[in-house]
Write a protein that binds this ligand. Structure first.
Ligand SMILES: Cc1ncc(COP(=O)(O)O)c(C=O)c1O
Length: 453
């Protein structure tokens, strides 16, 4: 079917509506590739931006999926709506050692029960009132501002770091935009960029963060966004140093790129707070998630920085949930200020640091070259990720690991697996030995120094 002949409207909204009707009526089959933006724009005699906006509206309504360079494809109603990189990480086996999760050790979370009990003493009428209050509890905002690594123009609270990124992308990204990310990075961020029909540009990391020269080169492609993780980068464990932040800020000064800093593991990281916001406060939005510190189910993250963007985020949310539960904000405020909770958090931080260090040392003794010093994830180079994953899963005990390719936007010189070490409290040497047997290329295995088991 020649799509252009079926479309009469010449506005983005109208084009989206007509193509949408063709999809829902079944006239356009599932998996049909829509014409390239420029081709359809030429046929309809409209600007490519109009078609771009139409495709974007269709993608947002879930009728099509933007697959980057592969184009825009009609999506089936019954087709899995699970984001592609999540689906790739679904596991078939129930291993004894599940090192795939990326989540904190439940045993190390502070006592949320005490925080909930503290609510009982408060007036529920006040706690559960009104639509018209500020999105953030004033006392919580004060605590957050106190902790922020730079003076934020505005601050709000949303339902987790991923919610923050989703909302920021929806506000700022258009089809065809270019987004700079660390390569490797957190898979859902890659899925979200593709969903928006934007192009991903992966920047290499070294042990101090994004390599400044690669950022300088990438700016020539006129990206609109840079998304980075300042501490305990997932999956690599790298934290940005002060010097690196200064260098990156210098590179970014002449550009108009908006910067999103995802401090996803704040609270449990050992690195100090470093932010590009210290240099470019009007262009940086920093997200602070509490999932690793207080448990993913608290579902809260703070977002602070460039005021215009944060006000837009709050305004856009007004036609939806409006704000993040203030009951939960009370719980967060309690956890951020209660001495016992803070002591539990400090203990968790120390235990995670010990576990990661122990696991990395054991892997290094096996001959693995590991970068990154922080957080709960370890990025392990392997000869072949699929082979390594299957061999580890098939061991007697069964060890499940995440495939490195899910984290990549461009190939790296080696393949990788990611292991989460948050809950490994013993058996580091045995685990590292098993990973080496399954994962190291024969050359590395034979050249590794002998050591007693
Ligand atoms: C880099 C990164 N960003 C965001 C998230 C999600 O955070 P939240 O639970 O606050 O949505 C994670 C979760 O592991 C993560 O690793």
């Amino acid at each position: 079917m020649l799509l252009a002949t079926q479309v009469r409207s010449r506005t983005a909204k109208g084009i989206a509506a007509e193509i949408g009707r063709l999809i829902t009526s079944g006239e356009l089959d599932v998996a049909t590739r829509l014409p390239a933006i420029r081709a359809l724009a030429d046929e309809l005699e409209v600007s490519p931006t109009t078609v771009q906006h139409a495709y974007q509206a269709l993608a947002q309504s879930g009728l099509v999926i933007a697959q980057g360079k592969r184009g825009t494809v009609v999506r089936g109603a019954a087709e899995s709506t699970r984001p592609p990189r999540y689906a790739a990480s679904d596991k078939e086996l129930m291993p004894l050692w599940d090192l795939t999760s990326g989540t904190p050790d439940p045993a190390l979370l502070p006592d949320v029960g005490a925080a909930l009990m503290s609510l009982a003493a408060q007036d529920t009428a006040i706690l559960t009132s009104g639509y018209m209050e500020q999105p953030v509890l004033p006392d919580l905002e004060w605590e957050l501002r106190r902790r922020w690594p730079f003076e934020p123009g505005a601050i709000t609270v949303v339902d987790g770091a991923l919610d923050a990124i989703d909302r920021l992308f929806r506000l700022t990204l258009r089809v065809g935009d270019r987004v700079l990310v660390e390569n490797p990075t957190f898979p859902p961020v890659l899925d979200m960029i593709e969903r928006a029909g934007a192009e991903i540009i992966g920047l290499p990391l070294d042990e101090h963060g994004i390599v400044p020269g690669s950022l300088r080169d990438a700016l020539e492609m006129r990206p609109s966004l840079l998304v980075l993780q300042p501490r305990a980068q997932n999956p690599s464990g790298v934290s940005m140093t002060h010097e690196r932040a200064e260098d990156l800020a210098a590179v970014l000064t002449g550009s108009s790129v908006l910067i999103i800093e995802d401090d996803h593991a704040g609270g449990i990281t050992s690195a100090s707070q470093v932010s590009l916001g210290s240099y470019l406060p009007d262009r940086v939005i920093r997200i602070l998630s509490f999932s690793k510190a207080f448990g993913p189910d608290l579902r809260l993250a703070a977002v602070g920085g460039a005021a215009d963007t944060i006000v837009r985020l709050d305004n856009a949310r007004a036609l939806g949930p409006g704000w993040s539960s203030r009951l939960l904000q009370h719980v967060l405020l309690y956890l951020l200020t209660d001495e016992r909770a803070l002591a539990q958090l400090a203990n968790a931080r120390a235990v995670y640091a010990h576990r990661r260090r122990s696991m990395v040392e054991a892997l290094r003794r096996e001959g693995f070259q590991i970068v990154g010093e922080d957080g709960i994830n370890i990025w392990v180079p392997v000869a072949n990720e699929n082979e390594a994953r299957i061999r580890l899963a098939m061991r007697d005990a069964g060890i499940a690991v995440a495939l490195g390719s899910s984290f990549l936007s461009a190939p790296l010189p080696s393949e990788f697996i990611r292991i989460t070490c948050s809950a490994i409290s013993e058996g580091f040497t045995e685990l590292a030995g098993a990973i080496a047997a399954a994962a190291l290329p024969p050359r590395a295995r034979t050249s590794r120094p002998a050591h007693p088991r």
